[in-house]
Design a binder for this molecule. Structure first.
Ligand SMILES: *C/C=C(C)/C=C/C=C(C)/C=C/C1=C(C)CCCC1(C)C
Length: 257
């Protein structure tokens, strides 16, 4: 499996990088000097491209057991980069919240991050397959609830509560439940990578519900706060998260080299 992925990666990496280049040229109106949310869309869209190149290139240098994790981190930033180009265009042209693109991005990237968790533990045989499915279902509940709340299919606060329950279940599973059960039998490097990742899910993911609250608490939707906070959250949870995996991978690869 790992072999197939690393073989595929040799082709996917150059292809992925080249296919991103046209997106950098998307025309999307003009960014105004006082549009700070627009600037954050701009900066993060480019940051995601740079992070993608970095994670893919570095995946070829680390120990084999870390390679898939770094490739997945690169896929997360690549998927986000493409969506950010679209979201940026919606924001700059209409000053509206690009909810649909945002959630399509999340519905792809959040499960990939759950895969990361699973890969890190499964690499040392420390976790059961059912843990993966539980986490996946909980993350889908969280995201679908958020979507139907934001687009107005369901009462915005009812949806929020359901979304929070999904997230709380994930926190329970990784801090006290079956996702961490056999963690102590894993090597120290895996344990510390797992601990860092779950801190991201606690602290980094908490930024998203904050964005939702700031966006929807008033009489009118506050699109600027909503998008600014979601953008910061994506920066932390996709780029910084990938860098943490990279740091864990390079420190453990050096030790064994
Ligand atoms: C790369 C994108 C990521 C990691 C997105 C994560 C999104 C969340 C953790 C969203 C959480 C939400 C709740 C906990 C309550 C309902 C509203 C949401 C969907 C914003």
């Amino acid at each position: 499996m790992i072999n197939v992925i690393s073989k595929l990666a040799k082709f996917l990496i150059p292809a992925g990088i080249v296919s991103l280049i046209p997106f950098a040229a998307f025309a999307s109106g003009n960014l105004e000097a006082n549009d700070f949310v627009g600037m954050s869309f701009w900066i993060i869209s480019i940051g995601m491209v740079a992070a993608t190149v970095f994670f893919f290139m570095e995946s070829m240098k680390v120990d084999a057991k870390w390679r898939t994790s770094l490739v997945v981190a690169g896929l997360v930033t690549m998927i986000a980069a493409v969506h950010y180009f679209y979201m940026r265009a919606v924001w700059i042209e209409t000053a509206d919240t690009p909810t649909v693109y945002r959630y399509i991005d999340w519905i792809l990237t959040v499960p990939l991050q759950i895969v990361e968790f699973y890969l890190i533990l499964a690499a040392v045989g420390a976790v059961a397959g059912r843990v993966f499915w539980n986490l996946l279902v909980a993350s889908l509940v969280m995201l679908i609830a958020g979507y139907v709340g934001e687009v107005g299919y369901v009462n915005v606060w009812l949806a929020f509560i359901v979304g929070m329950l999904g997230w709380i279940y994930i926190l329970y599973a990784i801090f006290a439940g079956d996702a961490q059960e056999n963690l102590s039998s894993a090597p120290e490097g895996v344990q510390s990578a797992f601990r860092t990742m779950r801190l991201i899910v606690l602290v980094g993911w908490a930024i998203y519900p904050l964005g939702y609250v700031f966006g929807y608490a008033g009489n009118q939707v506050d699109a600027a706060s909503l998008n600014a906070i979601y953008n910061i959250a994506d920066f932390v949870n996709k780029i910084a998260f990938g860098l943490m995996i990279w740091a864990a991978a390079t420190s453990s690869s050096e030790k064994t080299a």
